[in-house]
Design a protein around this ligand. Structure first.
Ligand SMILES: [Zn+2]
Length: 409
């Protein structure tokens, strides 16, 4: 059965046919977003079958009038930690009011996640993915990393796999307290039996490479984690350069990671390495997570420097209970425009096609014919409203795999 979505005020496709691009090497949105005014879309068998001016749309079995609203590719949130237990709102409040915080930080989440039942973890993860969908996110990546023991890491990934195909083994999130005196033993666990238990449920391997943080991992440790994951058949991504200009970016490029995430502190050599990684074939995307700088009151990454160097940039939420608990891609787009001086077009491209590149996916993040029919409908005339009206629930309905995934409002 085919469905014609028509009377679309502005359709963002990222499709070169309409003057856009979903190809990161073309420099992202410099070529435009492939916008069609007065548009229509035909959806059939879960895929985009046709896009163009409504006046020349083909017939379909069902017609949906969108009343002049704006339609975007569904957001691709390529970085989240949405399977966990516990509550760290008091930690956030203390951080914001400058009170000394004496809690355990991530150790609290690890303890609560280990203690939680599988049903409780699943229920929380499902609720967060529903919350993301309601805000226009149709593809989400979910990491482990709050178990830090074999059983809990594997449990997190089994649950994440029920929610998304983009699951990431992050046993090397931090060194848990019980291994503080023997980091090598934890590394042995993460690259050995824990990896073996987790790899069947994961597509990706990730590591928090941050020598400046005593519980994170240095360059050699991070390389060991990534190469073990690659040997097990996983693809690499890296948490790097969040707190200082460390080795994360260069290591990510060295192992051919799809993305290095945070990129808050970069040297010129890091920017060159990222740009150079695209010289032949798929390189490493710089994924920026400005909701973390917002929620930790830290300086934002320099998006303009990356864009000027021709590095493909993705935007994601990093939704997690500690450093930033927003699940909202519209909020991230608004932050990217206001705080990182990305244009509204650049930010939207990075939140859709950029996220898809960071996940090495060519079936999402754009609305070319043949793409997954994942569409976000805004109760607004154009994509500019995402940043122009921050904090306003503009997403009026979401379609996933060619079917309505949220009730229209
Ligand atoms: Zn993260």
């Amino acid at each position: 059965m085919s469905v014609l979505l028509t009377n679309i005020g502005e359709l963002v496709t990222n499709d070169p046919v309409h003057g856009g691009t979903s190809e990161p090497r073309a420099g992202g949105p410099g070529d435009g977003l492939g916008i069609v005014a007065g548009a229509a879309v035909v959806v059939e068998a879960g895929r985009i079958a046709w896009t163009g001016p409504a006046s020349s749309a083909p017939a379909a079995d069902e017609v949906v009038d969108l009343g002049g609203r704006c339609v975007l590719p569904g957001f691709v949130d390529s970085h989240s930690h949405t399977v966990f237990a516990g509550d760290r709102s008091a930690e956030f409040a203390a951080r914001m009011t400058g009170e000394p915080y004496t809690g355990g930080g991530i150790a609290n989440t690890v303890a609560a996640t280990r203690a939680a039942s599988e049903q409780a973890l699943r229920a929380r993860g499902q609720a967060l993915v529903r919350e993301m969908l309601a805000q226009g996110t149709t593809t989400v990546e979910i990491k482990s990393g709050y178990g830090q023991d074999i059983a809990t890491e594997a449990r997190m990934l089994r649950i994440a796999r029920e929610l998304t195909p983009e699951t990431t083994y992050l046993g090397a999130h931090t060194v848990p307290a019980e291994y503080a005196g023997d980091r090598a033993a934890y590394l042995h666990l993460v690259t050995g039996p824990m990896l073996a238990a987790c790899a069947p449920h994961a597509r990706w391997v990730d590591v928090f490479c941050e020598p400046a943080a005593p519980t994170a991992f240095d360059e050699d440790e991070s390389r060991a984690v990534l190469t073990a994951g690659l040997r097990a058949g996983l693809l690499a991504r890296v948490h790097g350069n969040q707190l200082s200009a460390g080795p994360g970016v260069r290591l990510a490029v060295e192992v051919g990671a799809a993305s290095v995430d945070h990129c808050t502190h970069l040297t010129d050599a890091d920017v060159d390495a990222l740009a150079g990684s695209w010289a032949d074939g798929a390189g490493t995307v710089a994924t920026l997570l400005p909701a973390i700088e917002f929620s930790t009151r830290s300086p934002y990454p320099d998006a303009r420097r990356l864009l000027a160097a021709g590095v493909p940039v993705a935007l994601a939420t990093d939704c997690n209970p500690g450093s930033g608990y927003s699940s909202s891609m519209p909020f991230v787009v608004a932050l990217a425009v206001r705080e990182m001086r990305m244009s509204p077009a650049e930010a939207l491209w990075s939140a859709t096609a950029g996220g898809a590149a960071a996940l090495r996916r060519d079936d999402v993040g754009h609305l070319r014919v043949g793409a997954r029919a994942d569409l976000t409908v805004l109760d607004a005339p154009s994509h500019l409203y995402l940043a122009y009206r921050p904090g306003v629930p503009l997403v009026s309905q979401v379609w996933k795999d060619g079917a309505r995934a949220t009730p229209p409002r």
